[in-house]
Design a protein around this ligand. Structure first.
Ligand code: GDP
Length: 386
C-alpha cells in the first residue's frame, strides 16, 4: 500500500529516513513521500534520505531550533501553532495516490510524543484516508519522565489515529550495546517488519504476481482500530536459479509438502516469538498472515494452514492471509499482524509507573514550593523591599 510517512521528532525522523532507504533497497514502492517534522534543527540536518524541502522545523518562535527537551505538552502546543507549516509540506504530496498516512514518533520524548497526536487529529479532520501511528515506547530504564510522557502520549495517540502500531524499545535492546549502535540495529528491525507488511500490499507493475496476493484493503481492514503488533520469522532457503546446482533441479523434486510445513511453522514462530509489542496473542481481534520469499517456496496451502492456525489461536474469524513474493531473496519469511490486541502487560506496567511518576512529581513540586517559601521568607520576620 502507498503511504505518506511523517516522522515526528528525532526517533520518528530517523525511522522514516530508514523506511525510505529500505523501500528503495527492496523495490517495495510503499513510500509515496517521507516528511520529517522537528523542533530541533540539528536533528533535521542529520537525516540522509528525506529531501530537504520535506524537513519541517516547528516552534522556532518559541524554542529557536533547540528542541523542547522532554516537554511533550510544549511539543503539542508548538505543533498546534505551526500546523500550517506541516500542512505546507503535506500539500506537495499527491494525496489521491496514497492509501494511508503513517505518523512515526518516539513516545517518551517531547516533540514527537506531544506533536504526533496533534497532527493525527488534524489529518483526520481533513482527509478521508486512514491515519495510522507507529509509536515507539521507551526502554524501562530511560526514567520516570519518559515513561510518563509515553503513557500520556499513548492514551492520546490511540484515540486520535485509526490504529496505533506499537514497537517497544525495551524488548528489543541488547546488553552491552551503545545507545546509538543499539538504535541503528533496532531501527533496522522496525523498518524490516513494518516495511515488509506495507510493501506486501503494494503490487508494482512487473512484480511477480502472488498466488494469493495481499491487497492494501486487507491491511486496512485488519488495522481497522485499536492497537497492533507485528511478529516476524524467517529462514534461509536453497533458491532455484542461483548457481550450478539449480540447473539439475526440476519442478518435480521440489518438495511441496516440506514448503507447506515450513511456512506453517514460520507463521507459528512469528506469532509466538518476539512481537514488536509483546501481548497475549489470544487477545487479538483481527489478524493478517503474510508469507514472503521466492515464489517457488510460497504456496497457497502454507498460508492457508498458517492462517487457520492463527484463527484457532486467537478464536477470531477475521484472520486474513496472502503472499508477498520476493524473487531475489534466499530466505522465506512470515509476517503476522495482530490487531485490536487488548491483553498487553507492558502497557499496564507503563501506565502504573507513569501514575507513580506523576504522583511523585506533584509531591516533589509541592514540597519544593514550601521549602522555597520558607527559604526566602525567613519565618515571615523580614519585610520585602516592595
Ligand atoms: P523528540 O525528538 O523530542 O520527539 O524525542 P526523541 O525522538 O529523541 O526521543 C523519544 C524517545 O524515542 C526516546 O525516549 C527513546 O525511547 C526513543 N528513541 C530516540 N531515538 C531513537 C531511535 O533512533 N530509534 C528508536 N527505536 N527509538 C529512539
Amino acid at each position: 500500500m502507498k503511504l505518506a510517512l511523517i516522522g515526528f521528532g528525532q526517533a520518528g525522523g530517523k525511522i522514516v529516513d530508514e523506511f525510505l532507504a529500505y523501500d528503495d533497497a527492496i523495490g517495495g514502492g510503499f513510500v509515496e513521500a517521507g516528511i520529517a517534522v522537528n523542533s530541533a534543527t540539528t536533528d533535521l540536518q542529520g537525516l540522509e534520505n528525506i529531501p530537504k524541502r520535506n524537513r519541517v522545523l516547528i516552534g522556532q518562535a518559541r524554542v529557536k531550533g533547540h528542541g523542547v527537551g522532554a516537554d511533550n505538552e510544549l511539543g503539542a502546543e508548538i505543533t498546534e501553532k505551526d500546523i500550517d507549516e506541516i500542512q505546507g509540506a503535506i500539500d506537495r504530496i499527491p494525496i489521491h495516490e496514497i492509501d494511508a498516512f503513517l505518523i512515526v514518533a518516539g513516545m517518551g520524548g517531547g516533540t514527537g510524543s506531544g506533536g504526533a497526536p496533534v497532527l493525527a487529529t488534524h489529518l483526520k479532520r481533513i482527509y478521508t484516508q486512514p491515519v495510522y501511528g507507529l509509536g515507539i515506547l521507551p526502554a524501562t530504564d530511560e526514567g520516570g519522565i519518559y515513561t510518563l510522557n509515553a503513557a500520556r502520549s499513548f492514551r492520546t495517540f490511540v484515540r486520535e489515529v485509526d490504529n496505533l502500531l506499537v514497537f517497544d524499545n525495551d524488548v528489543w535492546r541488547s546488553a552491552g550495546e551503545t545507545v546509538a549502535g543499539g538504535y541503528d540495529r533496532i531501527n533496522a528491525e522496525i523498518v524490516e517488519r513494518f516495511g515488509l507488511l506495507f510493501a506486501a500490499g503494494e503490487v508494482n507493475e512487473g512484480d511477480h504476481v502472488a498466488e494469493s496476493v495481499v491487497d492494501s484493503s486487507e491491511i486496512i481492514n485488519t488495522l481497522d482500530d485499536g492497537v497492533s503488533t507485528i511478529g516476524y520469522a524467517r529462514e534461509t532457503v536453497d533458491t532455484a536459479g542461483d548457481g550450478l546446482l539449480s540447473s539439475f533441479r526440476t519442478s518435480d523434486d521440489f518438495d511441496e509438502g516440506a514448503a507447506t510445513n515450513r511456512m506453517t511453522s514460520l507463521v507459528r514462530k512469528a506469532a509466538l516469538g518476539r512481537l514488536t509489542l509483546p501481548c497475549d496473542v489470544g487477545s487479538a481481534d483481527r489478524g493478517l498472515v503474510v508469507t514472503t520469499g521466492p515464489p517457488e517456496h510460497l504456496n497457497r496451502k502454507g498460508v492457508e494452514r498458517g492462517r487457520q492456525w492463527l484463527e484457532d489461536e486467537t478464536g477470531s474469524m477475521e484472520i486474513r492471509g496472502g503472499d508477498y513474493p520476493l524473487p531475489d531473496r534466499n530466505e522465506v519469511g512470515a509476517i503476522v499482524l495482530l490487531s485490536g490486541v487488548t491483553d498487553v502487560p507492558r502497557i499496564d506496567q507503563l501506565q502504573q509507573v507513569a501514575i507513580e511518576a506523576q504522583d511523585t512529581t506533584e509531591a516533589v513540586r509541592a514540597r519544593a514550593e514550601d521549602d522555597f517559601a520558607s527559604l526566602v521568607d525567613a519565618g515571615g520576620e523580614l519585610d520585602a523591599l516592595f
